[in-house]
Write a protein of this length. Structure first.
Length: 430
């Protein structure tokens, strides 16, 4: 393109986008700007108008390349820096926002209340799970034949306490740490003919997670996670009848309870594209849970159709191999909507055999005694300056097997029950 033609075209696009911009015709500014860029016409005020028009329309992902172009043309443009910083925050690009803030002047940092602390946030979570599993199933009689026995483990309420923190490592790294405590209640019931043996149990479980994330080239975020689990599980021991040399039963069969303690671990790798309206996610993990090796492949997409957090979603498929050729597919769907400027509502739906599936580098791992069949609910996020308040609710359908033993043969009777889980998370942002 000759210099004369370029100048003529630049003048045309400059005057047209200027008129559209001052007339608040932001969609037309964007459309005209795209035509100009397609024709290799690019200049400071064109990018300026396209960036701010997208910002006015809350298309924060679409803003980012234009604000970055402004900074390439004028690296000292603090207004463009400030808006680019907001765009990163509005699209969840924590690492990019932190990296950009390192280039701010002291006055801009003061204006935006940005500290040089490496700690990003600290959060506390309390959760309470309740159900009617015991009241609905403890009196059931599964024995229909003489000289039979049955074993059942009824999981009851669960108390959960989490402490999480996130810290920056360098300009492109994040370190997440979480410690969790679980106090579970259950009732073990063993029955031999008419005799019943009932044990009320409480078990303490611990979980520790460490996740390191690094933002690589072309906005690919790589992360690796380690998780350690300390589990204690109560179970029934079925003692066979004791006979004398003549074959007479001198002690009938009976049940006792016992406590199993074991350590478990999980290792995961994850990569995802950030800063796009559609962001692919790939993850692979290996875990040793309940002394069984688990390999999980995770494939998914995050999407922001309007370029920001006004409406967004994530769709995941987890393919879990539990050894012995058992493969379970699990679907996971999240949809979020901005209700008000600082209030968001997220809906969550999961379906499949979710026992021992893990999410987000193992931060959430369903290493439950009973398999979860369905998990639905919602999160409500309130952002009040530096404090986030997140109440949430989950409704779960779980299932357990009752072992019925007759003539040394064991059959299984499956029973379903529902859980109601309430959580409250408080997160302080530094």
């Amino acid at each position: 393109m000759s210099f004369w033609v370029f100048t003529q075209n630049k003048t045309y696009y400059d005057s047209l986008t200027y008129y559209q911009f001052i007339s608040n015709q932001h969609k037309k500014v964007i459309k005209t700007g795209k035509k100009a860029l397609k024709n290799d016409i690019d200049f400071y005020y064109l990018r300026y108008r396209m960036a701010y028009s997208n910002f006015e329309l809350k298309k924060y992902i679409q803003c980012i390349p234009h604000f970055k172009a402004l900074l390439e043309m004028n690296p000292s443009d603090e207004i463009a820096m400030e808006y680019l910083y907001y765009c990163y925050l509005e699209t969840g690009q924590t690492i990019n926002a932190y990296k950009l803030s390192k280039e701010f002047s002291s006055l801009l940092k003061q204006k935006l209340s940005i500290s040089d602390k490496k700690l990003d946030y600290v959060s506390m979570n309390y959760g309470h799970l309740n159900n009617k599993n015991i009241s609905e199933n403890e009196d059931k009689n599964y024995i229909t034949k003489p000289k039979s026995a049955s074993e059942s483990s009824l999981q009851a309420k669960l108390e959960i306490v989490d402490l999480s923190l996130r810290s920056h490592l360098g300009k492109k790294g994040l370190l997440d740490f979480q410690s969790s405590y679980f106090l579970s209640s259950s009732k073990l019931i063993g029955q031999v003919d008419a005799a019943r043996y009932v044990f009320d149990e409480k078990n303490n479980n611990l979980q520790f997670n460490l996740v390191y994330s690094h933002l690589g080239k072309r906005n690919w975020k790589m992360s690796t996670g380690l998780a350690y689990f300390y589990n204690s599980v109560s179970d029934l021991v079925n003692h066979k009848p004791i006979t004398n040399s003549s074959g007479q039963v001198i002690k009938a069969p009976y049940f006792t309870d016992t406590l199993f303690k074991y350590n478990a671990y999980l290792f995961s790798l994850r990569t995802e594209k950030v800063g796009k309206t559609i962001q692919p996610i790939f993850a692979l993990s290996y875990a040793q849970l309940f002394s069984v090796p688990h390999i999980q492949l995770s494939l998914g997409l995050s999407y922001y159709p309007f370029g920001g957090m006004r409406f967004y979603g994530k769709t995941m498929l987890y393919i879990l191999s539990k050894g012995r050729g058992t493969v379970e597919p699990i679907m996971h769907q999240i949809l979020g909507i901005q209700l008000y400027k600082n209030i968001w509502l997220e809906s969550v739906f999961m379906s499949g055999e979710m026992q021992n599936v893990n999410l987000d580098n193992g931060i959430l791992t369903f290493n439950t005694a009973d398999p979860i069949k369905t998990n639905v609910g919602f999160d409500l996020l309130f952002r009040l300056k530096k404090l986030s308040i997140i109440p949430s609710y989950r409704y779960q359908i779980r299932a357990f097997d009752v072992n019925v033993i007759n003539n040394n043969k064991t059959t299984f009777k499956t029973t379903s029950y529902s859980n109601n889980i309430l959580n409250l998370t408080l997160k302080w942002h530094f």
